[in-house]
Write a protein that binds this ligand. Structure first.
Ligand code: PGA
Length: 233
């Protein structure tokens, strides 16, 4: 096993990960990047908006809740608030899953084809409290496609952190297969509330009970953890 774990001081985590991100963009300004939303990437996105030029980048939004268009708890709304609104120049292209499409299966195939046609240079991921990746909940196989999903009860509950009115029970997610095919993956983990799940992600047997564990099979994974999240490693 060749796990790269970078443990960073809590107050420097965002700035140091942003520095690495800027390095990547210097090498490839037109990178195809998959981005998550949620609490973890927020401070990183603030730093990125200050320091990175995303104008040639294509962003693929990792997942989306089935919530009405414009709902503050949707992932596209979070991406807008936490990153896009802070940028001087918008990214060249943004692609997202439309959970309100009349034919969900066709929509998932459309998005997955866009991702696979050129692939992903870099995928950033948060770590779900239950070990999910995107909305690939426990039970997901390593070759799972982009698809419509039912959410674990704990995911519905934690979505209320993003908006108290949000109680999504379903969504769409990029599949683990496409995540594993991304040329590079960064797993972002911060806060003491993630310490137990990070330890399990690193040490538990690899399998569907803990989807994030599949990442240990990725050839170019870096875990960026702050000291609080890394406390149990
Ligand atoms: P969080 O969510 O960054 O808001 O903790 C992570 C996730 O559920 O994937």
């Amino acid at each position: 096993m060749n796990l790269q774990i970078e443990i960073l001081d809590d107050d420097q985590w965002a700035s140091l990960v942003a520095t690495r991100f800027v390095d990547r963009l210097n090498t490839r300004p037109d990178a195809r990047i998959c981005l998550p939303t949620g609490d973890t990437p927020k401070p990183l996105y603030r730093e990125m908006a200050r320091r990175a030029d995303l104008s040639a980048v294509t962003i693929f939004l990792l997942d989306e809740f089935t919530l009405p268009s414009g709902h503050a708890g949707r992932c596209d709304a979070m991406l807008k608030r936490d990153l896009l609104d802070l940028l001087e120049t918008p990214p060249r292209r943004i692609e997202a899953l439309d959970t309100l499409a009349s034919d969900g299966e066709t929509e998932c195939r459309r998005f997955e084809t866009l991702v696979d046609d050129g692939g992903l240079d870099l995928t950033l991921l948060g770590l779900g409290g239950n070990g999910h990746l995107g909305l690939n909940e426990p039970g997901s196989e390593q070759d799972s496609p982009t698809r419509m999903v039912e959410l674990a009860a704990s995911t519905t509950e934690s979505a209320a952190r993003y908006d108290p009115e949000a109680h999504p029970t379903a969504g769409m997610t990029l599949g683990i297969r496409s995540i594993m095919e991304s040329r590079e993956v960064w797993l972002l983990v911060t806060g003491s509330h993630k310490a137990t799940i990070l330890r399990r992600m690193v040490h538990d047997p690899i399998g569907p009970g803990l989807p994030a564990s599949y990442l240990r099979r990725h050839p170019l994974l870096t875990i960026f953890a702050d000291r609080s999240a890394a406390a149990d490693l």
